[in-house]
Design a protein around this ligand. Sequence first.
Ligand code: PLP
Length: 386
Amino acid sequence: MGQKPIPFHRPYGGRAEEEAILRVLRSGWLTMGPETAKFEKEFAAYVRAPHAVAASSCTAAMHLALVVAGVGPGDEVITTPYTFCATLEAIEYVRAKPILADVTEDTLNIDPHEIERKTTKRTRAILPVDFAGHPCEMNAIRSIADRHGVAVISDAAHSLSARFRGQPVGSLADLTAFSFYVTKPLSTGEGGMVTTARADWNERLRVLRLHGMNRDAWRRYASARSWYYEVEELGYKYNLTDLQAALGRAQLRRQETLRRRRQQIAAAYSEALADVEEIQCPVALSHVDHAWHLYVIRFRTPEPSATRDRVISCLSDRGIGASVHFIPAHYHPYYARRCRGRRGDFPVAEQAFEGALSLPIFPGMRVSQVGRVVRCIKFALARQAQ
Ligand SMILES: *Cc1c(COP(=O)(O)O)cnc(C)c1O
């Protein structure tokens, strides 16, 4: 073969990232401090949110968001089954109950009609997920939330740089949580952020993310009574470090470029796969700017999951990475028990999962590599047809 492997994902990093890490290393302040404060400011400006609070992960960010929104034991939070387990995990942390609402066939995002149907007196929040980087129908979700007086907390792990009707993700929901995990649009290895327009929530998020202390470490050390702090309430160890924040700042400046690169890869896939009858390509609705974190095709053969598995093994034989997003939440034994979800309860999500395949897409990928991936998929499909 002699061809280089194509990984499923490779994080983007260049000179700016290297220099940022060195700058922090040499400054002598490694954990949360001035870099984190600058990162938060720049991030808030980028997503046009009044406040951004850095956290150790998106899971932590969602947990904090649920706490400040007042979600607690006995409350219900409506979310999607077509997500990573972290979304439901955060709901469990506040001892609320995840209530699943099926997705729409086109974007695989939560269906506003299903949200409406699942809303009860106990509903306290709606937690939509921008699957693959495609923003959810925020106007419809907002109007349901307002009518029932509940909060909208958005899981934007996939959708940094995306826009809904021209507005950046991060400025749409009451609270928006982002992930800086290694595969995500902005990567610091691990990390997260939560944005909000509310000043009181901003203050409380800051207290909660570091042991419930009333002041951030760097402010504490900068003040005259440098040793003094008070613990206001039970908090968490959910802070970001300045090393991560420095990486984050360098990556934030590249967001538009990185999004454009992924969009080019997505367009190249869609063009090359347009004539393949067995494949349904992902869509971007006309009123959104898609972040293209994932490029998820769906097989529409008689046995989509068998086709998918054969294509994955063919790709893997040629050193091409692929993945599947997502195993529906109620397929996991723990969440099946918690959500009382049975197979058949969420037909759109379940059917999508059967034939879903995530292809490599990352900013450093070349269009010629898209060609190789597509040729391999076509080869696998032709062999299956024989
Ligand atoms: C990756 C991911 C998360 C979790 O992000 P972490 O930063 O690893 O906590 C949450 N939700 C979705 C949809 C994800 O893909």
